[in-house]
Design a protein around this ligand. Structure first.
Ligand SMILES: [Zn+2]
Length: 83
C-alpha cells in the first residue's frame, strides 16, 4: 500500500464536503481511478455523508468531519495494518 493512500484519506473530508483545492480534487479523482481500496472508502464515506445530510443541514459540522476522518484512519489501520 502506497503512502499516498494516507495522504489521500486526510483530504477526504474536504473532498466530500466540496471545499477542496481543484488540484487536490483532481489528484483524488486520479487516485480513486487507480486505487480500488480508496474508491471503496470514498463510496462508503459519500453514502454516510449523504445519509447524514438528509433531513439535516446542508453543511457537514466540523465535529462530524473530524469523526469521519478519524473513523477512516482507524479502519485503514485495521485493514492494512499500517500507521
Ligand atoms: Zn489508495
Amino acid at each position: 500500500m502506497a503512502k499516498k493512500c494516507e495522504e489521500f484519506i486526510s483530504g477526504l473530508a474536504d473532498y466530500i464536503d466540496g471545499e477542496i483545492e481543484p488540484e487536490l480534487c483532481e489528484e483524488i479523482e486520479k487516485h480513486i481511478g487507480q486505487c480500488n481500496n480508496c474508491r471503496i472508502m470514498v463510496d462508503s464515506l459519500r453514502q454516510t455523508v449523504r445519509l447524514c445530510r438528509e433531513g439535516k443541514e446542508e453543511k457537514l459540522p466540523p465535529a462530524l468531519e473530524e469523526k469521519l476522518t478519524g473513523m477512516l484512519k482507524k479502519r485503514w489501520k485495521e485493514k492494512f495494518g499500517q500507521a
